[in-house]
Design a protein. Structure first.
Length: 139
């Protein structure tokens, strides 16, 4: 069951939820949740981080979500970082769209990576990266 910010409610401050938030009113602040739905009359000014964002109203700020959907009534001003992005005809968007990549995950595991042939002792390096487990299995 979603937490609902009704049309007659205006909130100044950050929102955090492990579930779903539906905004039909106005929020000035950052939002972090699993699913965010901004209704036709809803507006958000701030950064949004979620797994899924469905935008039917207005957002001014950055959006970072795995799945982003902008309906025909959406008005988005800001950058979107996404894995999946859908924009209906009629939606307004001003900003950059960037697809999430695995480079962030690769950076966080950088210490666990080494050259695959580095442990063979043959003095040859092919330049391919592999997990320690793969490199260990190869030697």
């Amino acid at each position: 069951m979603p937490s609902i910010i009704s049309a007659d409610l205006s909130i100044t401050g950050d929102l955090a939820s492990s579930g779903e938030i539906q905004i039909d009113g106005a929020v000035e602040g950052d939002i972090q949740c699993s699913v965010l739905i901004v209704g036709v009359n809803g507006s958000v000014t701030g950064e949004i981080k979620a797994e899924t964002v469905r935008l039917h109203g207005r957002v001014t700020g950055q959006v970072r979500a795995a799945t982003v959907f902008l309906a025909a009534t959406a008005r988005m001003i800001g950058d979107v970082t996404h894995e999946s992005l859908a924009i209906e005809p009629g939606a307004f968007m001003e900003g950059h769209c960037r697809r999430m990549t695995d480079s962030a995950a690769l950076e966080s595991r950088k210490g666990d990576l080494k050259l695959a042939n580095a442990s063979k002792g043959d003095g040859k390096v092919d330049g391919l990266l592999a997990d320690k487990a793969v490199a260990a299995a190869a030697s």
